[in-house]
Design a protein around this ligand. Structure first.
Ligand code: CMC
Length: 435
């Protein structure tokens, strides 16, 4: 990998009689980056950035976000264009390999994914070990982690062919596992994948079909599902992706790394927000209760947040939220839902929040999760499956970022330092002499 040095910055720290000259790096777009790698060796100081708000943890060519302008690019292509004109599998190929495929390249990629959609038959028994009421994310996390016990022939991270096959296996098998977590929870037979269907169609089929009768996938719903998958496919160095990279930096196998990413995604501040939005809307219950709810959100002591609002990077409308809102209307139209009280509530909540000084001054806008729950609920997904669906899509981003990291010659184990504020060195005192 390369990054162009654009001059340098001289750092002087009071009380240190030495300066450090640090290179300034420039990406293709985005802010300049101060390269602090020499700082500790030259001046003996660390930098402090809990939450990494001002720290670039790696160099990447995959996804770019301009949070102030509300721009999201996959490999340079605006998310709006990909959502409109591309398909999830084509976007997966783009994220993983760097370029949009031609016909032959796409056919090969599609073959690579579809030939890996089935699970090792012994993996079925894993599901029986879980309680029926287990959260599907718990099951997903466990079964994806278990993949490394089944596919020993693709675990050598230094072998490009192993990396290629592991990537295909993960992209192909996570939807099967995801659908089976749902089938297990409702006590229906597992549906085997159908490789004659598109990625989104096959997922909807495995979720909704039963062996007793034929099932036809609604093309409008599969198109909406495909678009939702595109919107969630990657989002640069968010918490779960950083988790995957950090786990991967130790040389851990890709199945284990993706399981770590799934665990990280589960939290309500990240991928769990779509589930939390729906719970919040149901709790608010009626538009008349919105002002009271907004007051609780603004109360510093309440710990209540407007779920689906705000983002660490976007200080403008999340471009994915706009597409989600449009898709929401399409899906509800197709399903003949004329008045969805939750949608009415969400629209009113958004209107009030966007004109409220609290949200304006803090630059809090709807994010991707604000409307996704309403769409998924209308499509028949239970709330507990919302984050699972996010994980199905994000597996593509995680594995692309993992692969990029492994193939980066400058990659080394991730090992942050700390600002230690504990006790200084002291001597051990035997228990009978402690106060
Ligand atoms: N509702 C009310 N106040 C908020 C919200 C919110 N949703 N988000 C941020 N704030 C306030 C926060 O209280 C703080 O105020 P103050 O400066 O007075 O202390 C200020 O805005 C900055 O918040 P922060 O927590 O320092 O911001 P962050 O960048 O650390 O957090 C976030 C980003 C996404 C975790 C946060 O906005 C949040 O909790 N949002 C709700 C959960 C959510 O929708 N998450 C999905 C994110 S998008 C998809 C994904 O990443 O998976």
């Amino acid at each position: 990998m390369s990054n162009a040095a654009k001059g340098s910055a001289v750092i002087t720290i009071p009380g240190h009689n030495q300066n450090a000259e640090l290179p300034m790096l420039a990406g293709t777009i985005g802010p300049e980056v101060l390269d602090i790698r020499k700082l500790y060796n030259e001046l003996g100081v660390f930098t402090f950035d809990p939450g990494y708000g001002g720290t670039a943890s790696c160099e990447s060519k995959i996804t770019y976000i301009d949070g102030d302008e509300g721009v999201l690019l996959y490999r340079g292509y605006p998310i709006e264009q990909l959502a409109e004109h591309s398909t999830f599998l084509e976007v997966a190929c783009l994220l993983l390999n760097g370029e949009l495929p031609n016909d032959a390249e796409f056919a090969e990629f599609e073959r690579g994914v579809t030939r890996h959609t089935m699970l090792h038959e012994q993996l079925r028994s894993f599901f029986n070990g879980f309680r029926r009421d287990a959260h599907p994310m718990a099951v997903l996390c466990g079964v994806v982690g278990a993949l490394s016990a089944f596919y020993h022939d693709s675990l050598d991270i230094n072998n490009p062919e192993h990396r290629r096959i592991s990537a295909f296996r993960l992209i192909a098998k996570v939807p099967t596992i995801a659908a089976w977590t749902y089938k297990y929870s409702i006590g229906q037979p597992f549906m085997y994948p159908r490789n004659d269907l598109s990625f989104a169609e096959n997922f909807l089929y495995m979720m909704n079909a039963v062996p007793a009768e034929p099932f036809k996938v609604n093309p409008i719903l599969s198109r909406a599902m495909d678009r939702i998958l595109i919107l969630h496919a990657d989002h640069e160095q968010n918490a779960s992706t950083s988790t995957v990279r950090l786990a991967g930096s130790t040389g851990a196998n890709p199945f284990a790394c993706i399981a770590a990413g799934i665990a990280s995604l589960w939290g309500p501040a990240h991928g769990g927000a779509n589930e939390a939005v729906l719970k919040m809307l149901e709790e608010i219950g009626h538009v008349d209760h919105i002002p009271e709810f907004i007051d609780r959100v603004k109360d510093k002591n309440s710990n209540v947040r407007l779920m689906g609002f705000g983002h660490r990077v976007y200080k403008n409308y999340d471009p994915r939220a706009k597409i989600m809102q449009r898709t929401c209307h399409e899906v509800l139209g197709e399903l003949g839902v004329k008045d969805d009280p939750l949608l009415d509530l969400a629209i009113e909540l958004e209107r009030i929040a966007l004109s409220d000084e609290y949200f304006i001054s803090k630059k809090l806008y709807p994010n991707v999760d604000f409307y996704s729950g309403i769409i998924l609920k209308a499509m028949g997904f239970p709330t507990s499956m919302f984050t699972v669906l996010f994980a199905v899509a994000r597996t593509v981003g995680w594995i692309s970022q993992w692969k990029e990291m492994i193939e980066d010659p400058s990659q080394r184990i991730g090992r942050p330092r700390q600002l230690y504020t504990g006790a200084p060195m002291r001597d051990f005192v035997p228990r009978n002499r402690r106060d």
